[in-house]
Design a protein around this ligand. Structure first.
Ligand code: MLT
Length: 261
């Protein structure tokens, strides 16, 4: 599957994988703020934005293989891979399936554990509604309210409006496919102790979808990880606190590029 991709800047390649149910449009501030230092590549994961959905069964492994194929297509041997939430699940699948392509990882507002049974069921119910209704009402009702934190709701109306617009433009069938893929994802925590590349774990202090406990579990399991909490942000740290997010990634990526030389 060839993913639609925005590719800006120059330097160490940094691939950023977006959250659900958004698209590469969420990385606007990263394309602007990080391109002076990195080659920032932001694909639309399959079905989202400009990328086709294809006919494969739902799986985060399929999404990870799409990203490995993107690296092949661009002639990039190794890159820093960063993923936020669903993008983090895909990053963890890349760690499992294509570790040789990874210089280091940024795991933002995500978790390595599989879903409990009740969450899996609720994802399947959401997928069924998306498919039967053919619109994203269920996402606006159930997902959007938790995407940004109370500070953004109080102080950053434009940010919330932008996120709402992105959710509204999500194709329902892609969202259903991704819900089924996330429901089926395996536990990734057990394998983290074998992943020796540097990792940066970023966590919004007000995030209720992925919690500080999830972030600490990943940082604790990874042999070479640093955890940074982002204040005044809910689940979408890269969108809600872009400056803090970009500073953390710049520092991490710059140190990584130095040692990788
Ligand atoms: C996301 O932001 O990508 C989603 O909240 C992930 C999820 O539903 O687990």
């Amino acid at each position: 599957m060839q993913l639609y991709t925005r590719d800006v800047g120059g330097g160490t390649p940094l691939i950023l994988l977006h959250a659900f149910p958004l698209s590469s449009a969420m990385w606007l501030a990263q394309r602007e703020g990080l391109a002076a230092r990195f080659r920032v590549i932001t694909p639309d994961l399959r079905g989202f934005g400009g990328s086709p959905l294809g006919a494969d069964d739902p799986s985060v492994d399929v999404m990870a293989d799409d990203v490995a194929a993107l690296l092949d297509a661009k002639g990039i041997e190794r890159a820093i891979i960063g993923g936020l939430s669903m993008g983090g699940y895909v990053t963890l699948a890349l760690c499992r399936r294509h570790p040789e392509r990874i210089l280091g990882v940024v795991l933002a507002d995500t978790k390595a554990s599989a879903d409990p049974e009740a969450v899996r069921h609720s994802r399947v119910r959401t997928a069924e509604r998306l498919e039967s209704e053919g619109n994203v009402s269920v996402l606006l009702e159930d997902v959007l309210p938790n995407l940004v934190g109370p500070t953004t709701m109080r102080q950053r109306a434009l940010v919330y409006g932008r996120v709402r617009g992105l959710v509204q433009s999500t194709p329902p069938h892609a969202a259903a496919w991704a819900q089924r893929a996330m429901a089926a994802r395996p536990d990734a925590l057990g394998a983290l102790s074998g992943f020796r590349r540097p990792a940066l774990v970023l966590q919004g202090a007000e995030d209720t979808i992925a919690t500080e406990e999830d972030a600490r579990a990943m940082a604790g399991a990874l042999p070479n990880a640093e955890l940074i909490m982002i204040p005044g942000s809910g689940h979408l740290t890269a969108v809600e606190q872009p400056q803090l997010f970009n500073e953390a990634v710049t520092e991490f990526g710059t140190a990584l590029a130095r040692t990788a030389r």
